[in-house]
Write a protein that binds this ligand. Structure first.
Ligand code: NAD
Ligand code: SER
Length: 316
């Protein structure tokens, strides 16, 4: 059976890429996973290339040089940064994605992963248990680029037989690398501040409830989908995946149960409008049916693990 042999990861230094790369290297071989990013951060003897995904020619050169057959395309500008600089978000998220799909088409790559997001939804989408196939009218440039990514990936699948896959990640919570400028970043920042200062000022209101997922489940979903038999898939680039859903005050309460001195206050900013346009919870039955998805972490088990990992990381 054909499988992923030489893997390229774009945006490898980001929140997800920095944990995906070691996992892929463990599974597929150290030298078979080529990490790339715009960041100039060599990785010892591990294959690493500085690569701006807007440079399609350089991307094609790297794919040729290493004999790449699979790409995990993680480079992007996230929602909050994207609202500050929509033109950059368009260039990187649409231009970069187009280059990745084109290199996939030209070189007949085996498989490509392009993540979408809960940001693909908008205020007209049903907010609770958001269906798989529903209204996609995002109000952010980031969300618009994600819908374009879903549709373009699907187009390459039908038009060129390119095996493009993707999930709509919820907000990802993790302890290794800080998130890169999203609206769900509060759910990571809060842990650092709770441990260091015993207080946190949230940029979202207390009742704001969003779909979230712990990093081990994010990596599990990514690999499960990429390793699923193609014939089982009815969807390709736009799978809803759920982990947990909670409001800011529910997360704060869960932290307070473990750090009783912890206090939170609220100063909502421009990110509140972004969060208000997104769902509260997600129906992921298509992912469950088509490739057997189920998450391992809920809110209490995620909070326990985050605090344990961050206490070690911060030397507390
Ligand atoms: P991140 O912001 O942490 O990392 C993105 C990486 O891309 C960074 O290392 C950055 O240096 C790199 N990058 C930026 N511009 C680039 C360019 N022009 N060329 C090459 N690299 C560039 O993002 P992440 O959280 O790791 O997200 C990875 C993917 O998952 C993105 O597509 C994102 O939209 C999606 N996603 C993430 C979340 C989340 O909560 N983290 C949720 C939904 C979807
Ligand atoms: N976590 C991401 C963001 O907030 C969702 O795609 O931008």
């Amino acid at each position: 059976m054909e499988s992923m042999k030489k893997i390229l990861v774009t945006g490898a230094k980001g929140q997800i890429g920095s944990e995906l790369v070691p996992l892929l290297r463990k599974k597929y071989g150290h030298e078979n996973v080529i990490a790339t990013d715009i960041k100039d951060e060599e990785e010892g003897d591990a294959p690493y290339e500085i690569l701006d995904v807007r440079d399609g020619k350089k991307l094609a050169g790297v794919v040729d040089r290493y004999g790449i057959d699979t790409i995990f395309h993680m480079a992007a500008i996230l929602s909050a940064t994207g609202e500050k600089n929509p033109q950059l978000a368009w260039d990187v998220n649409v231009g970069g994605l187009y280059n990745v799909l084109e290199v996939g088409r030209e070189k007949s790559l085996f498989r490509i992963f392009i993540p979408s997001s809960i940001a693909a939804f908008g205020p007209e989408t049903p907010k609770v248990n958001t269906p798989q196939d529903t209204v996609l009218k995002p109000r952010t440039m980031y969300g618009i680029t994600k819908v374009i990514g879903e549709r373009l990936g699907e187009y390459y699948f039908w038009k060129y037989n390119l095996d493009v896959r993707g999930v709509r990640y919820p907000g990802i919570i993790s302890s290794k690398t800080l998130p890169g400028g999203g609206t769900t970043d509060y759910a990571v920042e809060i842990f650092y501040e709770a441990l260091r200062k015993k207080r946190y000022t949230s940029f979202l209101k207390p009742q704001t409830r969003l779909p979230m997922m712990y990093m081990p489940d994010c990596l599990k979903a990514t690999l499960m989908l990429m390793e699923a038999p193609l014939e089982n898939l009815k969807h390709h680039t736009d799978f809803n995946v759920a982990g947990m859903s909670f409001s800011v005050e529910e997360l704060a309460l869960e932290i307070k149960k473990r750090i009783p001195e912890f206090e939170i206050d609220y100063e909502p900013d421009y990110r509140q409008a972004i969060a208000d346009s997104w769902p509260e919870s997600i129906d992921d039955s298509a992912a469950r049916q088509e490739w057997g998805w189920s998450p391992d972490y809920d809110l209490p088990s995620m909070v326990d693990d985050m605090l344990e990992k961050l206490r070690i990381k911060l030397g507390l």
